[in-house]
Design a protein around this ligand. Structure first.
Ligand SMILES: [Zn+2]
Length: 99
């Protein structure tokens, strides 16, 4: 029986590989967007989460949440405590990015 990785896993692995190659070549700043992942309540603000998880229900998570969960398991996750005010500012900043 063939083992097929879910699309999000494939996507994350190929992006990690690309990131490693990119940092080895050190070509300019990355243009990737910032998304807010809330692992504690299983939510991400990216379009893939909104579409595949919330709307179509054909996936249970996006690659960002998967990356967060993996880093938590591997203890490579850096945790910073923020106040409610700081969290509000972060969320509002993202809203402004979208506009
Ligand atoms: Zn995401």
């Amino acid at each position: 029986m063939a083992v097929v990785l879910p699309a999000v896993v494939e996507e994350l692995l190929s992006e990690m590989a690309a990131a490693v190659q990119e940092s080895a070549r050190s070509t300019g700043p990355s243009s990737s967007k910032t998304y807010t992942c809330l692992a504690s309540c299983h939510y991400c603000s990216c379009p893939a989460f909104a579409f595949s998880v919330l709307r179509k229900s054909d996936s249970i998570l996006c690659k960002h949440l998967l990356a967060v969960y993996l880093s938590q398991v591997m203890r490579t996750c850096q945790q910073l405590s923020v106040s409610d005010k700081q969290l509000t500012d972060i969320l509002l900043m993202e809203k402004k990015q979208e506009a």
